[in-house]
Write a protein that binds this ligand. Structure first.
Ligand code: CDT
Length: 308
């Protein structure tokens, strides 16, 4: 048995005016709860340090830059790293990353139990649009403020398990899970900020949006015999509702822990990484069963091409 007690630290709303320091204090409070619950690893959401700023139209590059972190850790987040180290808890969280050579990514990092960063992932599947879209009920400007990630889907050995990270919209793409599955992943952590309303279809209700989120993560877990932990930033941010629905999914695709609120809330489960072994050796033994000679379209073609 290789047990990792995992805490999914859902964050409630972060308003535009909330400081990084105020958010970090909330994250540290969740870490204390996690320590009491015996957690080894705590998963925080995408863009955990700020409001979901890609909903706001900005033209001034200096204003955009205020939402990004040029270093990690930095002054505002050092107390989070210190608290994690003090508790002996590994953490993962998302933030907007600005690089020294001027690139901008939607990023997440993973630490060990001593607070050392052992992995970095940059979001590959950026949803939304670049220009102001008058057809939408509200904006989703990730394609404006971020470049697609340039690191692929790496996995790392951490806490004696193979771990990988994804971010929000990535969870809807089977390619993400399989890329990591092919590296033997046993735990995929991912944070998200998903509006409760579809900006292009007001009739799509919250229930359907929660269902699609869960469907994607449970399928990805089962088909790759991996744990998946999906953690929301939820609640009403300056009049813009984000859904909750944080879950921990086992390698058989069953939800074993689920958030009930749209607030700061910790969900916990003792996850045995050895539960991945059976699926990986049997129905999803990729080496025996995959037929790559039939999969060339997956990497050779992006959109739909109808046969002539
Ligand atoms: N943050 C993020 O990736 N959110 C998307 C919303 C898509 S709607 C443009 C998601 O997939 O949840």
């Amino acid at each position: 048995m290789r047990e990792i007690v995992i805490g999914g630290a859902q964050l409630g709303a972060i308003q535009k005016s909330d400081s990084r320091e105020a958010v970090v204090a909330r994250m540290i409070a969740l870490l204390s709860q996690a320590a009491t619950a015996g957690c080894d690893l705590v998963v925080f959401p995408e863009l955990a340090l700020t409001t979901f700023f890609p909903r706001w139209w900005m033209e001034d590059a200096d204003e955009v830059e205020t939402w990004f972190e040029a270093e990690m850790p930095n002054e505002a987040t050092q107390p989070l790293f210190d608290a994690a180290k003090q508790h002996g808890i590994a953490i993962t969280f998302g933030y907007a990353e600005s690089t020294p050579d001027g690139h901008h990514y939607n990023t997440s990092i993973l630490t060990d139990k001593e607070g050392n960063i052992v992995g970095k992932y940059r979001k590959v599947h950026l949803p939304g649009h670049v220009e102001f879209d008058t057809e939408r009920a509200f904006q989703h400007l990730e394609k404006r403020y971020f470049e697609p990630g340039d690191l692929g889907f790496p996995v790392w050995k951490n806490l004696d398990a193979w771990m990988g990270m994804a971010i929000c919209n990535d969870r809807r793409w089977p390619e993400m899970y399989r890329e990591m599955g092919l590296q033997g992943v046993e735990l995929i952590t991912l944070g998200y900020n998903t509006p409760s309303v579809n900006s292009q279809d007001g009739n799509e209700g919250l229930a359907q949006r929660l269902y699609h989120s869960e469907l994607s993560m449970t399928a990805g877990a089962y088909q790759n015999a991996s744990w998946v932990v999906g953690v929301a930033k939820a609640g009403d941010e300056d009049g813009h509702p984000l859904m909750g629905g944080s879950i921990i999914v086992d390698p058989n695709g069953f939800v074993v822990a689920r958030a009930e609120t749209e607030e700061d809330e910790l969900i916990v489960h003792a996850c045995d990484m050895d539960m991945c072994n059976f699926g990986k050796k049997t129905i999803f033994d990729f080496a025996r069963h995959r037929r790559i000679e039939h999969y060339s379209r997956i990497t050779g073609q992006t959109g739909v091409v109808y046969p002539k």
